[in-house]
Write a protein that binds this ligand. Structure first.
Ligand code: EPZ
Length: 418
């Protein structure tokens, strides 16, 4: 078992590169199933969840090879429509393979997906939408048996909540369905736009992405293309939080300001200086940070739930009291007990966390319990006095490429040990 050992209170200074987005790369890899021939995904992050998606592709009969930051997928050998239970359990987003496999093969057998424990994570909206598009879906002993008979048909689908995964699954199923699919109350996250742009490059006809009504006109076939995975907006928010936590001064390279417009004002409120230019974000937190007004997590374009934990870790040392309200997942404060071990003064009740900033956090032995919660411990540890040991870092490796190298390159003292 590996751990991260972090000696804190080292100001982070310098330039740091933001890698490709996990939550875009995963649906893009699923989308490759729909295209004949070869697709090349550039800027594809080296993450355990991405490797798991590649294993699903291989198990379907596709060739999936990595060349540096590029993953090349060839679907010519695709001859299987079963995804084994152990691969489904590795991550939540394995469920987006359902729409893609149904679109290409017309049949699919898989089990309920795994992923980080953030509270109940049902897939009822995915199933109901695919049924409306003509799929017969039987659920037995934890397995979903899906068959589209004579093919998927376009439908008008109204989502009760703008679910990211359900919107992706519907788009994937709709691109080669007969007729037009219209999704109302669709998710507007930048990762949805990345998926739609990739599919359109492969020959799909998707309109309205980035808005709450998306329409998809089915086409007969898609063909592979080359595409650059968007930069990871949550990794960017994590680096900004680490700068705030260490009173540092960082320039984030290869990022996109428009994707984190709801996050940047929070750092301004903390008293950091921020400049955005080209695809870079400069942050200066040398004067220390202060508490912020209530932060509410919301679907995009609101403040992202995925940035809640890392920003909270920075606010643990802010002057004054901040409040965070988690509206998306019911169990997404599991990092709080670990931050409290490090000396933070944070209380939670239901979906509300009250963060009374303390002067100093102190290093401790802590455990990551989910991906972003784990990253929050890294942010806190970088700004804490003394040494912190973080265990269960497999969660962090799901979404951050060699996090110890990224922070070491800007002055952090952080090592991975066995
Ligand atoms: C995606 O998860 C992301 N994962 C999550 O990132 C992110 O936190 C989440 O969107 C919200 O932004 C990927 O993209 C791989 P949802 P997803 O469907 O698609 C409820 C990270 O840290 N819901 O938008 O699973 C659900 O329970 C991860 O990188 C239903 O009730 O999120 C939740 O409360 C964690 N029924 C809410 O909707 C459904 O059928 C939002 O879920 C589907 C969802």
């Amino acid at each position: 078992m590996q751990r991260l050992v972090i000696e804190g209170e080292k100001r982070l200074v310098g330039e740091i590169e933001v890698h490709g987005a996990k939550n875009s790369a995963l649906p893009l890899l699923a989308a490759c199933v729909l295209s004949r021939g070869e697709s090349c995904l550039h800027n594809c992050p080296k993450l355990t969840d991405v490797y798991a998606a590649c294993r699903i592709l291989s198990c379907l009969g596709c060739k999936c090879e990595r060349q540096g930051d590029t993953v090349v997928v060839n679907t010519d050998g695709l001859d299987n429509f079963n995804v084994p239970d152990e691969l489904m359990r590795e991550m939540r987003s394995s469920i987006v393979f359902l729409g893609a496999i149904l679109g290409r093969v017309g049949k699919c057998r898989l089990s309920f997906p795994g992923g980080c424990e953030l509270g109940p994570r049902p897939i009822d909206m995915h199933i109901s939408a695919l049924k409306q598009m003509g799929a017969a879906i039987k659920e037995e002993h934890g397995t979903l048996e899906c068959d589209v008979g004579n093919g998927l048909k376009g439908a008008k689908i109204v989502l009760s909540f703008p679910s990211v995964g359900a919107t992706e699954n519907i788009i994937l199923a709709a691109v080669t369905a007969k007729g037009k699919t219209v999704i109302h109350n669709a998710a507007r996250e930048p990762e949805i736009c990345d998926l739609a742009r990739f599919l359109n490059k492969c020959g799909a006809k998707i309109d309205g992405f980035g808005e709450d009504t998306i329409s998809v006109q089915g086409v007969e076939k898609l063909y592979g293309c080359e595409y650059d995975v968007m930069p990871d907006r949550i990794v960017a928010a994590t680096y900004l939080s680490a700068a705030a936590s260490t009173c540092g001064e960082l320039t984030l390279l290869h990022t996109r300001t428009e994707d984190i417009e709801s996050v940047l004002p929070v750092f301004e409120q903390m008293g950091c200086s921020l400049y955005t230019y080209e695809n870079k974000i400069y942050i200066n937190a040398r004067r220390g940070i202060k508490a912020v007004k209530t932060i509410r997590t919301m679907p995009f374009p609101g403040f992202p739930t995925d940035a809640q934990a890392v920003v909270m870790a920075a606010l643990a040392k802010a002057r004054g009291t901040s409040v965070m309200i988690e509206n998306i997942f019911s169990n997404r404060f599991r990092h709080v007990d670990e931050l409290v071990r490090m000396g933070a003064d944070i209380k939670t009740e239901g979906k509300v966390a009250i963060i009374d900033g303390v002067k100093r956090l102190s290093g401790a032995k802590v455990r990551a319990s989910d991906l972003r919660g784990g990253a929050a411990l890294v942010v806190a540890a970088l700004g804490a006095e003394g040494v912190t040991q973080i265990s269960d870092i497999k969660y962090i490796d799901r979404g951050y490429e060699a996090i110890e190298q990224a922070f070491s390159s800007v002055g952090g003292t952080i090592k991975r040990v066995q």
